[in-house]
Unconditional design. Sequence first.
Length: 139
Amino acid sequence: MQTGTIVKYDGIKGFGFIEPDIGGEDVFLHASILGEELKHVLRGGTRVQFEAAPGNQGTKAVAVRLLSVVSQTSVAQAAADDRKSSSDDELCEVLTPVEFTQNITDVLIGAVPDMTGGQILQVREQLVAFARRHGWVED
């Protein structure tokens, strides 16, 4: 299997592209080869392991496995958020459940790259319920 980084993935349209670590053309990624759990966690910057095969219009992924998220923007944003939260005495921003789950996913994948999509979904569900009970997210 090769490794690479998701360059772009549109969950609504159901496709994206992987930039192989070894270089060359980007590999087409269609949602039809993904398990339901992966469809919800893939985004630009996600590190994956994949198998590719020639397709009608170029190389396409035939299997994908999640490795980790390596988005420098996410890391920088998280660090900035940490600095801001430690220096501010104001109330925190209330997130929507979607924003909250996206943040949780980034943290979980970064902390435990081998966590399966199913495990991520289970943890997110419990954390969102907990956050709702404490008023940390609003619907």
